[in-house]
Design a binder for this molecule. Structure first.
Ligand code: HEM
Length: 472
């Protein structure tokens, strides 16, 4: 349309200016080859620019890019701004690292689920150096070694219980120990309330020990402290002496079975797996603590939750995994906690090993690709009043839990979290048992600003907060 306007303006001009048409024709005759070269090279240049089009983003300073704003990247606030300004895909240069931020769940799925072969690698520069173990399952590339590690990890976790139903019994017995300890701490603390952080870490450590070598430890047990410092050698020796081959009781038995097998490469691969298990030392307490704080802060939420638990489970028996399908409100509270607490402000970085296209843009080889979960979770167009804790947004008109496709705290695709089923099971059972047993009150006059979705760094923790625990 615009082009045809210019064409008619051109003909009008040629008609109006005396001799212009003839001169133009003569010029074109004399310089036809030069004109052809200029036209075709402009066209090729235009096509090349179109083909090599990075996603939009801030210009930054030459050489260092947006490095001066790095602080804002670690708390998620810069990504928020860029999402608002540039849309669902943004490129940001941070020093030598070209970052591509994916700001919608659809785009994250397009990359990590529909294009797994391209988008499932991990960056090996900045990212690997920031981890203690450079060869663990989190950091290694998407190759045969990773596939074997993940397969072993998933099958041994399943055999050790969480797929077959025996780990839920262990979780419930740890929940009993937690309840006993919380009551004791509350008695000592009085109206000031208690912090849940330390008791929850103790339970998380015990749950890891149950998975790895089937033991429970009291809170002051020096061996637990030693194990939390990751010295597993002694336990492996004990297991070697007592195990029956091919009948794994726990993770160490599965490890020893594989180690004794014909494939020697497996040893390294299993070592890779065992190192990450302490991940839940952090993530499980964070998920439960945020959930309890949010629910305690909003008494009407707690009333609904208590009623649902009383109606479905009652107070006489233990909650079970099969109750999950009926505990819609509890499920909604858990997902709303993942959305608002943003334990991880983003997914772990991925990378591509060759130049690829995504959403019409070029993703250069080696760029680090980030799923901006905090940007999605706090997007007012997806979740109105995003800073408010509202479990109802995850329920349909009949009060049934409806999982949101936008809340993806564990990532998606082959590189997503292998601890997802385990974590969900642990969080559900611990939460059901805690709310079945206790009324949690948020101490009067306690600052609650951090519960309103304020952005803070990776693994956001509610350090200062206390809670009053009362038996129902
Ligand atoms: C609330 C609890 C947890 C959350 C929110 C969480 C979240 C995540 C996220 C976002 C990723 C990265 C996904 C991606 O790169 O696209 C991840 C990866 C991973 N998580 Fe978790 N996680 C949790 C608990 C656990 C637990 C309990 C374990 C151990 C059993 C675990 C082990 C791992 C491992 C090994 C990876 C790397 C997978 C790979 O690179 O192939 N996580 N997790």
């Amino acid at each position: 349309m615009v082009g045809s306007k210019w064409q008619s303006f051109g003909s009008w001009l040629l008609d109006k200016v005396p001799g212009c048409k003839e001169d133009a024709r003569q010029f074109a005759q004399e310089h036809k080859w030069e004109l052809l070269i200029v036209a075709s090279s402009s066209y090729l240049a235009y096509k090349a620019i179109q083909l090599y089009r990075l996603p939009p983003g801030p210009y930054g300073i030459p050489c260092i890019g947006c490095l001066l704003n790095a602080e804002g990247f670690s708390d998620g606030s810069e990504q928020q701004k860029f999402k608002q300004k540039y849309g669902n895909i943004v490129s940001v240069q941070l020093g030598s690292d070209l970052q591509i931020w994916l700001n919608s769940a659809d785009l994250i799925k397009e990359a990590f689920v529909n294009n797994t072969n391209e988008f499932s690698h991990r960056p090996d520069s900045l990212f690997r150096h920031s981890f203690k173990f450079q060869d663990d399952i989190i950091s290694i590339p998407f190759d045969e070694e990773w596939k074997k590690s993940k397969k072993f990890l998933m099958s041994s976790l399943k055999n050790c219980g969480f797929g077959s139903g025996s780990l839920d019994v262990k979780v419930l017995s740890e929940a009993d120990a937690l309840i006993f300890r919380l009551e004791k701490l509350q008695k000592e603390a009085g109206d000031e309330g208690i912090s849940l952080d330390e008791p929850l870490r103790w339970i998380a450590a015990n749950l890891i020990c149950q998975i790895i070598h089937s033991n429970h430890y009291e809170e002051d047990d020096p061996e637990l402290k030693e194990l939390m410092a990751m010295s597993e050698g002694k336990k492996i020796t004990e297991h070697e002496a007592t195990r029956t081959s091919s009948e794994p009781r726990d993770f160490i038995d599965a490890y020893l079975d594989e180690k004794a097998g014909p494939n020697l490469n497996y040893t390294k691969m299993i070592d890779n797996c065992i190192m990450f298990l302490p991940d839940s030392l952090d993530t499980l307490p964070l998920a439960i603590e945020w959930l309890v704080l949010y629910v305690a802060r909003f008494p009407h939420t707690q009333t609904i939750l208590h009623k649902e638990l009383d109606d479905i489970v009652g107070r006489a028996r233990e909650p079970q995994l099969k109750d999950k399908a009926k505990l819609n409100y509890l499920e909604a509270c858990i997902v709303e906690t993942y959305r608002l607490a943003n334990i991880f402000s983003a997914l772990l970085p991925h990378t591509v090993k060759r130049e690829v296209r995504l959403a019409g843009y070029t993703i250069p080889r080696g760029a680090s690709i980030h799923g901006n979960t905090i940007g999605i979770n706090l997007d007012p167009n997806i979740f109105p009043n995003p800073l408010e804790f509202r479990p109802e947004r995850h329920l349909d008109a009949d009060g049934r839990f409806k999982p949101s496709e936008h809340v993806i705290p564990f990532g998606v695709g082959p590189r997503s979290c292998p601890g997802q089923s385990l974590s969900k099971m642990e969080v559900f059972l611990l939460a059901a048992k805690l709310f079945q047993t206790f009324q949690f009150d948020f101490p009067l006059n306690q600052d609650d600003s951090c519960l309103r979705g304020r952005l803070v760094g990776r693994r956001r923790r509610p350090k200062e907060h206390k809670i009053i625990v009362k038996k129902r």
